[in-house]
Design a protein around this ligand. Structure first.
Ligand SMILES: Nc1ncnc2c1ncn2[C@@H]1O[C@H](COP(=O)(O)OP(=O)(O)OP(=O)(O)O)[C@@H](O)[C@H]1O
Ligand SMILES: [Mg+2]
Length: 343
């Protein structure tokens, strides 16, 4: 992409796009930086861990690796800042601050910050985000993540984007203008839900083996599929102190397929709101994004289901990790001044 390499500032304005995700967050800026981290924030537990780690706060995989010495937070849940404890709020602010630092703003840059969040988090999150970035950015804009994906990929008309993340699956229909509330939906069946299902299925089948959410998520990310595949998926796990190899093919399939019905129902409900001709055009142009779009056979399975209602086409974005943040940055560059909220 030529644009990413131009690395120019415009009148001292630095545009920063942030994709605030439940499991992964990304940042892209008009100075050419583009980074992602896992959405973990950790503070050393005590003076010993602070001395050992030599840091006040850790982020991403570094925080995860050192989790035993940290008070560890994943500050977003279902795409919004958790309301559990004050510490979650603090962790969210620290995460956003860190993402902005990763964009390497220079001191005299005027920062225009666009943050992408799940479609329905727009209303509830606005105030919290505004407070979080008050002293970090000069202007703020909050956009829906599936809209950002569509915009970044120039899918401005006759398109349905389905962004399958960790906490939420977000839908947006593009009709040649900024999508309204009724063009967007958010549901909670996404990657974390699959992990829960997989943990349940495996623990039930192998009661003597110990599985963790982190471990089953890793199995899923390596082997996720729906429908039929020609492989057998095996993992090694300790059972009663001895490492054994178990076949998890069926559990992976069932866990991944657990999100399919809700995605089909929501898609059909959303499409049904438009007139018949438009329904057909949208069905012919459905795009999957987010980490969950990498589930093998998912696009084909959904396409087959939608075909029952009429000719359909389902594709995946080519870069699931950055499609959201690329679009968020592009929106930040293009948005007229009246869309920005001054800080
Ligand atoms: N190859 C893969 N196959 C299936 N799922 C995957 C794969 N890689 C990542 N995932 C899952 O995708 C999810 C993360 O996707 P993404 O980064 O789009 O979510 P997020 O933006 O952090 O979450 P949200 O948008 O819900 O806040 C996680 O559940 C992760 O386990
Ligand atoms: Mg996301």
């Amino acid at each position: 992409m030529a644009r990413q390499n131009t690395a120019k500032k415009h009148n001292g304005i630095l545009h920063i796009g942030v994709d605030l995700g439940t499991s992964r967050s990304a940042v892209a800026a008009s100075n050419g930086t583009r980074e992602w981290i896992e959405s973990y924030v950790g503070w050393p537990k005590d003076f010993v861990s602070r001395k050992a780690l030599k840091k006040e706060v850790l982020f991403g995989s570094e925080a995860l690796t050192n989790r035993l010495s940290l008070e560890l937070f994943r500050p977003l849940q279902h795409g919004v800042i958790k309301e559990g404890t004050a510490r979650d709020g603090e962790a969210a602010v620290a995460l956003i601050r860190h993402l902005i630092e990763l964009a390497k703003p220079s001191q005299d840059d005027t920062i225009q910050l666009a943050i992408g969040v799940p479609a329905e988090a727009l209303k509830s999150n606005k105030l919290a985000l505004k407070e979080a970035v008050a002293d970090l950015a000069d202007a703020l804009m909050i956009v829906s993540e599936p809209f950002a994906v569509a915009y970044g990929r120039r899918l401005l008309t006759d398109t349905l984007v389905i962004d399958i993340g960790a906490g939420t699956t977000d839908f947006a229909v593009m009709r040649g203008s900024v999508p309204t509330e009724q063009d967007q939906r958010t549901i909670l069946t996404a990657g974390d839900y699959i992990d829960q299902q997989l943990l349940g299925l495996l623990s039930e089948k192998h009661p003597n083996a110990k599985f963790t959410l982190e471990a089953v998520r890793q199995y899923k990310e390596e082997a996720a599929f729906v429908g039929a595949i020609d492989e057998i998926i095996e993992v090694s796990v300790p059972v009663n102190g001895k490492v054994v190899t178990i076949d998890i093919t069926d559990e992976i399939r069932r866990a991944c397929e657990s999100i399919v019905p809700a995605i089909i129902d929501t898609t059909m409900e959303m499409i049904a709101r438009y007139d018949a001709e438009y329904q057909e055009r949208i069905r012919g142009n459905i795009v999957l994004a987010g980490g969950g779009s990498q589930i093998q056979n998912l696009a084909a399975t959904l396409e087959a289901a939608f075909n029952e209602f009429g000719p359909s086409k389902v594709d995946c974005v080519d870069d699931a990790l950055f499609a959201g943040v690329d679009g968020t940055l592009e929106l930040a560059r293009d948005m007229p001044q009246e869309y920005w909220e001054r800080m």
